[in-house]
Design a protein around this ligand. Structure first.
Ligand code: SF4
Length: 327
């Protein structure tokens, strides 16, 4: 049976064939993960839970969302398993960054009444060709039926880097998901939506039928290249600092270390959320007011401006849309 590919599998080969080899050919066991990956997983878990509550007609308060995140973080954080590449950034800074991601998302989307969820953390598997030789799979963060009838593919990002619109118009991951979603849902109008949570920005792109045909072709050619590969040469870059096989790889020492780079280095920006928190930038689209949760008071320098300042009180875990409840 042929291999089922994912976007991350393809990207791993493109970024560094040797990393692909360790991860997918040799299947070298790994018992650590970067703190950026840890943070991204916890944020996604909380957003999944939030979306499932909303699907049932209930909206947890922002305080409860943050409380849930803190609980998951504390329960699952194991210092010996979570690698902090940028040693000058504390674990607490990353946790606060996750809280800021969730706070930004909550305030932007409250009361979460835009569109109906068709799928949450939805697995999609689909062929790229008529014979089913080239098969893809992925997990879509949220699939939404928008008010205008279009189907939207939503993706949550916790990294700091926001690509240009032109980059997103070429992005492969969500466009591949579109192929699967069109097949599964019979959708004819599809939008790709990225939520850059840390920067509180949303980006949207669409694909034409011709672009999707070209994407299928390019992806199948890439799979052919991967399956014909035998050398799997290492490709050292600043991303080696986040590579789980760094201790194994003979080329790792040739790569510059993240800590030696200026913070705005372009390669570093491509690393997942590897940057300490900073005050949020102004949103590109209009935020909705959150009537039941007070905005934070500005604090002394260095603290993100948009965190909830008060802890949730015992009552008021759930509100229904349109129902106001003070924490
Ligand atoms: S350490 Fe760098 S060169 Fe080596 S496998 Fe990882 S990403 Fe590739």
């Amino acid at each position: 049976m042929s291999t089922v590919y994912s976007h991350s599998r393809l990207a791993s080969f493109e970024n560094c064939p040797r990393q692909f080899f360790y991860r997918y050919v040799e299947k070298v066991p790994v018992d650590t993960e970067s703190i950026e990956a840890f943070l991204g997983k916890r944020v996604h878990e909380v957003l999944e839970r939030l979306n499932r509550f909303v699907e049932r007609g209930m909206v947890p308060s922002l305080g409860k969302v943050i409380e849930r995140f803190r609980t998951l973080w504390t329960e699952q954080f194991q210092p010996e398993r979570v690698r902090i590449v940028r040693g000058e950034v504390s674990q607490d800074s990353y946790r606060e960054l996750g809280e800021r991601c969730l706070t930004n998302h909550y305030r932007r989307n409250y009361p979460f009444d835009e569109g109906e969820s068709l799928g949450i953390e939805q697995h999609v598997t689909f062929p790229l060709d008529a014979d089913g030789r080239y098969r893809m799979r992925g997990i879509v963060d949220r699939i939404v039926r928008a008010r205008d009838g279009a189907v939207e593919i939503h993706d949550y990002k916790t990294g700091r880097w926001v690509p240009t619109q032109s980059d997103l118009d070429q992005d492969r991951q969500l466009a591949l998901y579109q192929i699967g979603v069109e097949q599964s849902y019979g959708a004819t109008s599809v939008r790709l939506v990225w939520h850059y949570l840390q920067r509180d920005q949303v980006r949207i792109s669409t694909r034409t039928a011709e672009q999707l045909v070209a994407l299928r072709e390019a992806t199948m050619q890439l799979i052919d290249r991967i399956e014909a590969e035998s050398d799997f040469d290492p490709r050292p870059s600043t991303l080696c600092s986040w590579c789980e096989f760094r201790d194994l790889c003979p080329a790792a020492d040739a790569a510059p270390r993240a800590r030696d780079l200026p913070p705005r280095n372009a390669d570093l920006a491509a690393a997942p959320a590897a940057i300490p928190p900073e005050p949020a930038v102004v949103a590109q689209t209009t935020r909705k007011p959150v009537p039941h949760f007070p905005r934070s008071e500005p604090k002394a320098s260095g603290e993100p401006q948009n965190f909830p300042r008060s802890e949730p009180k015992a009552s008021g875990e759930i509100t229904r849309p349109g129902q106001l409840r003070l924490l």
